[in-house]
Design a protein around this ligand. Structure first.
Ligand code: URA
Length: 229
């Protein structure tokens, strides 16, 4: 899709288009250093394929009976940035890809605003299957899926995890704290820094929070820079 058409499409849906701050406002210029590094990953293509096949055939919890297909994740297997959302919704379940609905479009724009594309990062979810009617994940489902996320993390070895929304943040950080308390700080998950950001579906309903969302993204950029040594 060309750029003008993409913008028209987003505007028609009432989605604010995120422009790189350097051109839109006067805050700190973006660092070009936040893109991925191309060093060899520790994993082999075989291990990745095995994991993908395991997820595709998973029957560890009841969600296997209601899903159309699993949603493994998409993007760069050597990404510096790993984005973890909650669970596939209807569109993701139909297409087998994460964040492809309206929230996904906004997430793509949020990434563009910090100079990243979806192809540079890796995007996945806590759950690889859609919960019926998009209800919150159950504890046993999270437990069943946990091993897949852990293995993805181990293979990708990102420099930062963005926990997208409350459920992803609370699950990764094993806490009941509200999102307002979790955002604005750098946490860790298995020694990897975690920054919590508002879920784009929430931002679509509460555009007044966009400024806080921008601050969260800046915190993430700074964290990656600080950890580059
Ligand atoms: N919301 C999520 O948390 N994940 C998706 O993949 C889509 C919507």
């Amino acid at each position: 899709m060309d750029n003008a058409l993409r913008l028209q499409y987003l505007e028609a849906m009432g989605i604010d288009v995120w422009l790189p701050r350097a051109s839109a406002h006067s805050e700190q210029p973006l660092s070009p250093e936040v893109v991925t590094d191309n060093s060899e990953p520790e994993t082999t293509a075989d291990q990745w394929d095995i994991l993908q096949a395991e997820v595709a055939n998973c029957t560890k919890c009841a969600l296997c009976a209601t899903r159309t297909q699993t949603v493994f994740g998409s993007g760069n297997k050597q990404a510096d940035w790993m984005l973890v959302g909650e669970a596939p919704g209807q569109h993701e379940d139909e297409q087998g890809l994460p964040f492809v609905g309206n929230a996904g479009l906004l997430l793509t724009e949020m990434l563009r605003a910090i100079g990243l594309t979806r192809e540079e990062v890796f995007i996945t979810n806590i759950l690889k299957c859609r919960p019926p009617s998009n209800r919150d994940p159950h504890a046993d489902e999270v437990e069943s899926c946990n091993d897949y996320l852990q293995r993805q993390l181990k293979m990708i070895q990102p420099k930062i995890i963005l926990a997208i929304g409350r459920i992803a943040a609370q699950t990764l950080l094993k806490t009941d704290a509200p999102l307002a308390k979790l955002r604005g700080k750098v946490h860790t998950f298995n020694n990897t820094p975690v920054v919590v950001v508002y879920h784009p579906a929430y931002l679509l309903r509460s555009l007044s929070e966009k400024r806080k969302a921008w601050l969260d993204l800046q915190l993430a950029i700074q964290t990656v820079k600080d950890n580059k040594g």
